[in-house]
Design a protein around this ligand. Sequence first.
Ligand SMILES: [Zn+2]
Length: 822
Amino acid sequence: MNGRLPMVIIAFFACLHISAADFYLVKDGKPAAVLIRPQKYSVQTYDAIKDFSFRVGKCTGCELPIYDAAPGAKILFREEDRSPGDMDRYTIDFPNSRTMRITGSKYSIRYALNHLLEKYFGVRFLLAFSKNLAERPAGYSSDLEAEYPACKDVSVPIRTITDTASFNFMRGYRAHDPQDWNARLSFCRSHGLAEDVFPWNKYAENNSWPQEILPVLNGKKYVMPKYRSGMGPRQYRQFWQPCYSNPETKRIAVANILEKLKKEPIDTVGYFDDHWKIYAYREKRYFINLDPNDNGGYCQCAKCLKAVGGKKNRLGMQNYSELYFRWVNEVANEVTKKYPDVYFRTFAYTQTYDAPSFPLHPNVIVMLCRELYSGLKPDIRQEWEQTLQLWSRKAQILFVWDYLYGSEYFLLPRFHSGIQAEMTSLCYKYNVRGFGDEQYDPSYFDGPKNYLIAKQMWHVNADMDTLLKDWCESAVGKEAAPYLYQYWKFWENYWRSPELLETSWANSLYSVYTQLGEQGTYTYALRKGDMTRLRSLLEDTAKYTRNASESQKKRAKFFLSVFEPSEMAAKALYAELLNPDGSLSSASDAVELLKTVPQALEAVENMKMMRKKGRIARRLVELAERGVVSNVTAVNPFRNVPEVKEAIAELLKKGGLPSTLSAILQLMNGKSYRNLVSNGSFEDPDQHPVPLWTWENYSAEHVSHGKYAYKSCNGNYYFHVKGIQPGRTYLAMMDVYIENPSAEGLFNFELAPRCGNRNVDWMRLCDLKLKKGWQTFQFSYKTPVRTFVGKPVDNILLRANCRNFETGEYVWMDNVRLYQLD
Ligand SMILES: [Zn+2]
């Protein structure tokens, strides 16, 4: 009996599958059909056909031949010209039982072939890597990219298949081989006014900018930057906007656009910067960029100001939407008289963030720029929905520009497909039909993130969990898949955990994107043992690949090596020990932290080695280097507990510490340094740090040092500290007290090293929720030796800021200190 009956059953079912109504692509490991090159085809279509044949070969050992004509079973291709909103549609049908026919655009023929590979061969395009060899990670091999299951017989049922994308205007997720994931980058350039509408290359060199279009700023007509050789659009796409009140601005815009469409009917599409130009391709010009320039510069002439009428938008900025979108509509009306299938891209961005009061021309596309993941917070999601709703009433097509940074900024894998999927569905509900994203690094660090996003871009209702399971199975095989699945599920849950929302980082969800000025505090939601558990899940993944394919084995090992930088970073930042708000819970945790300092320092050294090998970004090493020292200050509240004292002394005795860390420990150990902040303890009302400080607020109610503290409400409180030297390490500290935690109130403590009045950097503890009682905030900062202004740092500005506190909610500040540690 051993094994015989099952064999019979398998054969029986296999027979059932291969019925007369099937079209064979491969039979007994040999080609059962040939590919017929169409008479007229684009580069994209021909590449797709060649790739398909090659990939069939990877699965079956035989490539499908490509001929111009052939008798017998064949696959025909028909490439059609399509409008931008219809480029993704494809049809696979069968004119007769020996002929398969694939009809689509120059992009969608590939999507049809991808469908055949995925559905009938079981191929999965799992991971994407940079095309640039130098950027590929250690342990890279091409096997990691896709899984090609071995198969001998592959057939497709003879019936018509037709499909298209949910987001049918653009799916710009930056996969490194975008086409495998059916990504389509339907335009390039941002802030393109000075290219498509008022072309810099027409006006800059001979300084012939039409004066009518130039704005009035601060009472003066704007003067365009003088052209020097080497200047390009970059220099002309910021700091100014055309004067939309001047009728000439419309006339010149229309004339220039018509000229462009006539003279340059072919456009370069895709990502345009140096890093990505490899993905640029040429196609008919369908898009004109009317999106505003960057960094403000909206016209303040009397007419424009009158039209704006002092109105502010939802971001609290001057509302130029009425003025700008009226101009957009007028331009679109004129241009579409001659070119009805041209689309106009615009931004809902800063001064044009709000929807105007009138409907937009149907060919106007509005792009909303904000990180979708911010919808994690219910209040932000509500705001998203309001914004989408308001816009969808005025514009027929919306795009979203998302920010999906991974290993270029983050120490932990950012896998959050659940939130992403919920937000994507919400967008779809409100006319969003295109996505672009910002992220530069290869996506392997975030595992299945970009793969799943691409799948949802294609079918908005795709089930993320089913796809994740499928991805894991294909990546490492059936036996190991449950471990890998649990690993990614951990991150999924992590990025939506309540603890994460308590970190300082979570407040950055209110910004356009989340990592600005951030010190890695999102790692503080890790709990003791998390990284060990994650490592063992990946080790189990590798262990259970005995029956898996060679590429699956390689992948399992690769995932483990990709995890290592995160593991080290968590150690370096003491992430598992710190509470989400960066504090420590107990003296015993303080002792534990001090005991792990040597391991944390070793982790930083390991990260530096990885950096040398190009495995991680420089700024991640910097975060770890800073955190390994700065985060030790969390021990401070427990410094007088005997066990803690002992652990500090022991660490100092052992030596070999970075000088800053040793200075911080000595400070906790009782060594005194000169406080560079004058009147930081608020004892002398004659020495108010700056005029806004008033004697009335000197308070003896709650004091951490001396007789007085400063009782403050909402506002900015500055300390200017002179005599700062370059290349030295400073420690800034302050004590803050609140009677009861505030529901909305946020506290910030910031340090800016300066050259004269100019900030050259910025270090901040941002948007902290205060806990009842006294708390100490601190960080260390090493002043740079060289600065971008050419002069050395000579002073430091400390700023405390309270906002969103209610009337009657006071914050006491005391003992503001700045020490030079070396
Ligand atoms: Zn104006």
